[in-house]
Design a protein around this ligand. Structure first.
Ligand code: F6R
Length: 612
């Protein structure tokens, strides 16, 4: 939610900041703005995308070697030119950009209004800059000290960056709950919500921790202190990311590129962790906790959205293989329903971004009750990864398309490995069966490649449903979460209403929706419940619904009944989600493209949901 970028150095800041904004646009894209220092403090902002900002500044003075820039996902105040960031202080000497939410902004605003401050925008951010300005003026302290004092009065989440006309060689930034990375170049520094804008300039970065303030002065070492005024030694790390990972690489959209990356991303998530020949599953990140996991009486999985769907697959896997009872919770609900958590519980938090506020809050709650928290995150060094006791990174590489694709299959892969390892430790799986599944898991990347070959066929199929208004997705067992994920993918990028249901639930309500206009996507690969799924298909056909069936290659019975068939290679039932998801991603993608939707940046969404 909101991308922030900053630069201070000897080069012109504008092109660096603009490119950075483009790289962060997936985080929010309803308005954008930039502030530059060059004697004067210039501020340009506009409703719309980064490209609109670029047009807006055309012909204006964009010189300056210090600057900050922002791409917004609106929380307080509608997306318009005034609410766009940066925001000036009343004196117009300071400019701020902010990602997060200041929860006590109303109380602070009231106080500032009573002291004569005038507000131009509806944002919570403007409160913060007036507060900092007020402290600076009244207490005669430096900018970084004023920021520190102000942040002690703030309740909420923030990643902020501030520049000052009176301190033109300085950039101050701070974080709590929203991510912030500092890039260290030669005589120059970069600041960003994640490493994507930094990677082409330097590989040396510092990830700020919560409640840390960084003071970056031109030509000096950076200084970090906490909001409690404790000096911290800056600890720099080498970025693992490559530029090619964050570029489209010839694909029309990041989403399509990421769908196509799945043979590799699944392989990367298994790399060094699975050896089928030796019958070994080793997840280094959880090794110190795996005995505790194996002894657990219960596992609770917390996550949101697509990661929650991966969690549902996890539930089937852990119960099926390791015979451990599992509860899968929406992280947002978990926190607010006084859940019963004990020190014996294992809580697995799943998150692509590692920044999702609801998931973080669920972790903090479970931690406070003494549970052991295991993370499954994609973004290395992210807040969730740091908040957990241990965990396994998915290693899917940066996911930039707002709709999650390769992160889902990587999460399911990690959950499969975890369930297999726990099953092995608990003795709940026969050796031959264990080897069988490991062998099959090793072949999944190739089978995903094979599945991707149906893309052209799916594109043709998608063209028939461009004008459709509703979709139903049905699946049973392992394919029930796949149906939910298929429906989510379609609605978020094409704005077609879609619901995912366990196939048998259809007759308890959704069947009322079925007529000759309703496409029903049925994932009919299950061996165990194949006949029952056929009955569900019959029920749809009897009401003249249109069946699009995902079947195992060579299927006969469903083929005869369905209007359209999509085949996936044969695999173990518990691994089907890794294959059946692929055609559903492609179907959503092609329908959305056919409807001229912005696939990578769907309306109202943002990639990393750092607000509750
Ligand atoms: C859907 C999607 C979202 C995320 C959800 C959780 O395509 O991307 O539903 O899955 O916001 O995000 P993470 O996994 O970053 O915690």
């Amino acid at each position: 939610m909101c991308g922030i970028v900053g630069y201070i150095g000897s080069r012109q800041a504008f092109p660096i900041l603009m490119k950075g904004l483009y790289r962060l646009e997936y985080r929010g894209y309803d308005s954008a703005g930039i502030a530059l220092l060059n004697g004067d403090l210039k501020l340009y902002k506009t409703k719309g995308k980064v490209a609109d900002l670029e047009k807006f500044v055309f012909g204006k003075d964009i010189t300056g070697t210090v600057g900050i820039a922002h791409t917004r996902w609106a929380t307080h105040g509608e997306p318009n030119n005034v609410n766009a960031h940066p925001h000036f202080s009343q004196s117009r000497n300071l400019a701020i950009i902010h990602n997060g939410i200041i929860e006590n902004y109303l109380a602070l605003k009231k106080e500032l209004i009573s002291r004569g401050y005038k507000f131009e925008s509806d944002t919570d951010t403007e409160v913060l800059i007036h507060l900092i300005d007020d402290i600076r003026n009244n207490e005669g302290v430096t900018l970084d000290e004023a920021v520190r004092i102000a942040l002690n009065e703030v309740v909420g989440a923030y990643a902020i960056a501030i520049i000052s006309k009176n301190d033109p060689d300085m950039l101050v930034a701070a974080r709590k709950g929203s991510p912030l990375v500092v890039g260290i170049g030669i005589d120059e520094f970069f600041l960003a919500s994640d490493a994507a804008p930094i990677v082409e300039h330097t590989k040396e970065v510092i990830y700020l921790n919560d409640e840390e303030i960084v003071c970056i002065r031109r030509g000096e070492q950076i200084k970090i202190k906490t909001i409690k005024n404790k000096n911290k030694t800056p600890y720099s790390q080498k970025l693992e990311m490559n530029l090619s990972e964050i570029e489209k690489g010839g694909f029309d959209h990041f989403m399509l590129k990421e769908i196509y990356e799945q043979p590799r991303s699944i392989l990367d998530s298994m790399r060094g962790r699975l050896n089928a020949r030796q019958g070994k599953v080793k997840l280094g990140g959880i090794i110190d906790y795996e005995q505790k996991m194996a002894n657990a009486q219960r596992i609770i999985i917390v996550a949101c959205g697509t990661s929650w769907h991966a969690g549902l697959v996890g539930e089937y896997l852990f119960e099926d293989l390791a015979r451990i009872p599992v509860e899968v919770e929406y992280a947002s609900e978990f926190r607010y329903r006084n859940p019963i958590i004990t020190e014996d519980d294992i809580v697995i938090a799943i998150s692509q971004s590692g920044e999702t506020a609801d998931t973080l809050a669920a972790i903090e709650l479970a931690k406070s009750k003494g549970a052991t928290i295991i993370g499954i995150c994609n973004v290395v060094g992210s807040s969730i990864a740091r908040a957990t006791h241990a965990g396994s990174y998915t290693h899917a590489g940066p996911e930039i398309g707002v709709a999650s694709t390769k992160a889902f299959t990587a999460q399911v892969t990690i959950l499969t490995l975890m369930a297999l390892r726990l099953a092995q430790m608990r003795g709940t799986i026969k050796k031959t069966r264990f080897y069988q599944i490991l062998n099959e898991l090793e072949s999944i990347p190739d089978k995903v490649s094979e599945t991707l070959k149906i893309d052209t066929k799916i594109k043709e199929l998608a063209s028939l449903f461009i004008g459709t208004r509703n979709f139903l997705y049905l699946g049973r067992g392992y394919n029930f979460p796949v149906a939910m994920e298929g429906a989510l993918k379609l609605k978020e990028i094409s704005y077609i209403h879609a619901e995912g249901y366990p196939a048998a639930e259809m007759k308890h309500g959704p069947i009322a929706l079925i007529d000759q206009e309703m496409p029903v996507v049925v994932i009919a690969t299950n061996k165990g419940t194949y006949d029952k799924v056929i009955s569900n298909i019959q029920e749809v056909k009897a009401r003249r619904g249109i069946i699009i069936a995902i079947v195992t290659k060579g299927d006969v019975a469903v083929k005869d009944l369905a209007d359209y068939i999509i085949e996936v290679p044969e695999t173990e039932e518990l691994l089907v989600p890794l294959l059946a998801t692929i055609p559903l991603q492609l179907l959503s993608y092609h329908i959305a493209v056919g409807r001229n939707c912005n696939v990578d940046q769907p309306r109202n969404l943002a990639k990393s949901v750092t607000v509750e």
